[in-house]
Design a protein around this ligand. Structure first.
Ligand code: ZN
Length: 292
């Protein structure tokens, strides 16, 4: 079975948008936390075992689309399986990600092949293996009589080369997003983070008509300053020749004016740094732009 890249992306994006088994089990037999510092992905997996099988599994987390989609697929693939079957599947998946083309996933688990497309992007392999390694760590803890486990990507396997990639070639969207969040905002009220998020959400209604995607996920909003009721939005456009400048500016103003507490809005268009979707757009936007 050979899937095209587009279909791969579609499957991954679908799991990312509608994750299966999302949440947390209250009476879990095992709780395992995993982190992938190369990209900033975090997961918490809870499992309920019964009769040597995984009766239920849930995950919660944050991070890139690949890490979260992979976790969704993992939970689907191991539900109902014996611990040994789950372990074998985890190792098969990891071998496939490391380039073993002879791996045959069990019937009904062909979706897992979608992640093989990630092999072309070495820095993202850890995003895809995070959920499976976290699962393995949890199963190992169980075997040793513990109920909790933690896993850190990079602590096993060949990692030095991937780490170098992570630092040089593929800055994570979390890093680029962080710049905007470090900006001192407001006057020390505990709500400043919430207000930023409110503004960000309001700006998501502003769509760049050329790409048909919102300006926040495209990474066009560089900075949001909130000072009492006054808002300063520093943003850019996809290209200096963009004829849509005035339209986007007025959309920014009207989307923000809809929030009751906003008294003044100052949109500020800048061209430096120039927009670069590879480092600035969200994972989801990059997928839709085909540049993940
Ligand atoms: Zn990731």
């Amino acid at each position: 079975m050979s899937l095209t890249d587009d279909l791969y992306k579609e499957i991954i994006l679908e799991h990312f948008k509608s994750p299966r088994n999302h949440g947390r089990l209250d009476h879990a037999s095992i709780m395992a936390q995993g982190a992938n510092p190369f990209c900033g992905d975090e997961l918490e997996v809870t499992l309920l075992l019964e009769g040597g099988r995984i009766r239920e599994i849930r995950f919660e987390g944050k991070g890139c689309s690949i890490s979260q989609a992979s976790a969704s697929m993992m939970t689907e693939a191991v539900t109902g399986r014996s611990l040994e079957e789950a372990r074998i599947l985890a190792h098969q998946f990891k071998s496939a990600m490391l380039g073993d083309t002879s791996v045959q996933f069990p019937e009904g688990e062909e979706d897992l092949e979608a992640l093989e497309g990630v092999r072309k992007y070495p820095v993202r392999i850890k995003c895809a293996t995070l959920s499976w390694n976290t699962l393995l760590e949890g199963l190992m803890a169980h075997q040793e009589g513990r109920t909790e486990a933690t896993h850190l990507e990079g602590e096993e396997g060949p990692s030095a080369d991937l780490a170098a990639h992570a630092q040089g070639k593929d800055p994570s969207p979390f890093e680029s997003g962080r710049a905007a969040e470090q900006i001192p905002i407001g006057s020390g009220s505990g709500q400043s983070g919430d207000l930023q998020e409110q503004v960000r959400n309001a700006l998501r209604s502003v769509i760049d008509p050329e790409l048909n995607m919102n300006i926040v996920d495209l990474g066009l909003v560089y900075r949001i300053d909130i000072q009492d009721g006054s808002l300063r939005i520093v943003y850019t456009l996809t290209s200096p020749g963009c004829p849509l400048g005035p339209v986007i500016k007025s959309q920014i103003q009207s989307s923000l004016a809809a929030m009751g507490w906003v008294k003044e809005i100052h949109p500020e268009l800048v061209w430096s740094p120039p927009w670069d979707p590879h480092t600035m757009a969200s994972e989801e936007a990059k997928m839709e732009l085909g540049i993940w």
